[in-house]
Ligand binder design. Sequence first.
Ligand code: B12
Length: 222
Amino acid sequence: MSATDQLRNAIVDGIAKEAVKQTELGLEQGIAADVLLADGLMAAMREVGQLFEDKEIYVPEMLVSAHAMKSSLEILRPHLVEADVQASGRVAIGTVEGDLHDIGKNLVAMMLQGSGFEVEDLGVDVYPERFVQAARDGADVIALSALLTTTMPNMLKVVQALRDAGIRDRVRVVVGGAPITQSHCDEIGADGYAKTASSAVRMVQRVLGLATFADGRAAAAS
Ligand code: B12
């Protein structure tokens, strides 16, 4: 069995130590960090979600799998994030009110950082007022994550709060998370949606009107 398969199994089984070992082994074998991320970590969390839906596992198991994934992600982080890249914009990112899922949000934050953005991570269960504050403090982009269908409407609350504060046109609002779609983005009047962390980088660059270098970093469009 390949290191990627063993990594996936370790995360599904919630064995953090094994997940770390297989991540290190995979990197040693020359498997690219983004391949380990997609075929190991993300595939494992999809499987975990399915097992939860089928009532084969419950919240505690989901939590240990999430912990194992985070442990693996810490090893991958330096390989995914390029150091010392010049900031090409400020992004304030958070998971919306009522929602505690942060793995995807952390990944998006990490990828944006690696692509040269200055990122302020506001955490989870973030109220609209906190996003408004971040916009007032100079964020160019407000990035919202939601993993629950019940917290999706809280994205609209943020857009409305920015409007009420009279600063909606000063910032770009971008959205993502498993249940989010382009049509939800359009419905709530957000500026951009992306399905994955890597496409999130290109989307944020696009909504800011930035051109990109071949290595993915952003430059002001001429
Ligand atoms: C791990 C997990 C948990 C962990 C979270 C741990 C943590 N620190 O995040 C725990 C155990 C705490 C948890 C709790 C709950 N969970 Co949960 N959870 C999951 C699970 C298995 C994986 C989520 C995950 O991390 N995926 C991996 C990441 C990398 O993917 P992602 O988040 O989708 O992010 C990617 C993209 O969406 C995108 N993205 C994400 N954010 C953003 C933001 C922007 C701006 C952009 C552009 C892109 C972007 O980029 C990311 C990388 O590519 C999912 C199942 C699933 N397959 O999604 C269920 C799931 C989301 N959970 C679910 C449920 C029901 C719950 C609970 C209500 C369970 C309960 N009864 O208590 C609670 C809710 C707690 C709360 N208030 O938030 C349901 C939601 C169903 C629904 N339709 O709403 C799911 C879908 C499981 C299921 N199949 O039923 N959960």
